[in-house]
Design a protein around this ligand. Structure first.
Ligand code: FES
Ligand SMILES: [Fe+2]
Length: 353
């Protein structure tokens, strides 16, 4: 299927309906999307506390690529395409660990943690290792969150998109946070299907009774609808009353949403959980001590969207990172990471159940 055929399919799209089947299964469309949409996106790949020491790394598989995310110095996180500059072998095979250097298993070219080619045997005169760095990805760290773009992007581009997020992330104490738990949910479905499901909460009442127990039914429907929907508008007085209480505590209540015409969909909102819940746990009670700069449990939670693939749900006592990674036309990997405050001990200070 070529670009013209894809655009013809889009032209006959009925507004308000799901996309046609081909968009959820076609390998050609997925390849097209990789270049047109997926390669240039700031994915929230992980939290710095996952790689606390120099040499700590993890691999992140996205589209057909493998990316090495490594703590290259005490203050620097870097990311490289996991492709040897000699003959294209994977340089690093283990999904995570600690390295002094990355040595390719094929002919043993060896790269330092900053991607420099440090050793290549018998390459002869005229060979300049400086020409054979591992290909880098663009990396930005914001309040402990590692963002990676596979395209060559500047810090200015990142700041244009997310410069205004820092106060809210800082209030949640994310820079000092630590990973309490992490889980992966590899899903046999196209990324658009997985994201559509995550965006809407029409299914929450029938499919997630435990989720609905701790939120009020109005909150579930309103917050799962678009900001200009009738449901959201009808719920606004409840949000406004809660905002007044939260702002009296000095807690953040500002919201932000990208304009409808902005291709970089993003935004954040703080809103009440409802049902007198204090946190998004099974019984609505806190699971950990207060994080960041919150003074007390205010019954609110933050939904922070960097882009459709990168979300944070921020409670007063913990935060949950959602990383959606397209890995094939019918494969999407969801990684969920739970963060709590620094220096806490599992089982004693917080409960991961
Ligand atoms: S392919 Fe890596 S050293 Fe040859
Ligand atoms: Fe769901």
């Amino acid at each position: 299927m070529n670009a013209e055929q894809i655009s013809a399919l889009l032209d006959r799209q009925k507004p308000g309906f799901a996309l046609e089947q081909a968009f959820y299964v076609s390998r050609d469309i997925f390849d097209f999307e990789c270049e047109a949409i997926l390669r240039d996106n700031w994915y929230m790949a992980g939290h710095v506390s996952r790689i606390p020491e120099v040499g700590d790394y993890f691999l992140w598989e996205i589209m057909n690529e493998s990316i090495i995310v490594v703590r290259s110095s005490a203050s620097t996180v870097k990311a490289f395409f996991n492709v040897c500059r000699h003959k294209g072998s994977r340089v690093c095979l283990e999904a995570e660990g600690k390295k002094r250097m990355f040595t390719c298993p094929y002919h043993a070219w060896t790269y330092s943690l900053d991607g420099r080619l440090a050793n290549a045997r018998s390459m002869g005169a005229g060979f300049d290792p400086a020409d054979y760095f591992l290909f880098p990805c663009s990396v930005q760290v914001l309040c402990g969150l590692i963002f990676i773009n596979l395209s060559d992007k500047s810090q200015a581009d990142f700041e244009r998109l997310y410069g205004n997020y820092e106060p809210l992330l800082d209030f949640h104490g994310l820079a000092e946070a630590q990973v309490a738990a992490r889980d992966r949910y590899p899903t046999d479905a196209n990324w658009k299907l997985v994201l559509e499901n995550f965006f809407e909460c029409y299914h929450c009442a029938p499919a997630h009774p435990e989720y609905c127990r701790i939120h009020s039914p109005e909150a579930v429907l309103a917050m799962g609808s678009s900001p200009d929907s009738e449901l959201r508008q009808a719920y606004m007085p409840v949000i406004e009353a809660w905002r007044e209480r939260a702002s009296a505590l000095g807690h953040p209540v500002d919201n932000f949403g990208s304009a409808a015409a902005d291709p970089d969909y993003r935004g954040y909102i703080r809103a009440p959980l409802g049902n007198n819940s204090l946190s998004e746990t099974e019984d609505g009670k806190p699971a950990a001590p207060i994080m960041g700069k919150f003074r007390e449990f205010d019954g609110g939670h933050s939904t922070i969207v960097f882009n459709p693939f990168s979300w944070i749900l921020g409670m007063t006592d913990f935060a949950v990172m959602f990383r959606f990674t397209p890995t094939g036309s019918r494969k999407t990997d969801l990684e969920v990471t739970w963060l709590v405050g620094p220096g806490l001990e599992a089982g004693k200070d917080y409960d991961t159940d």
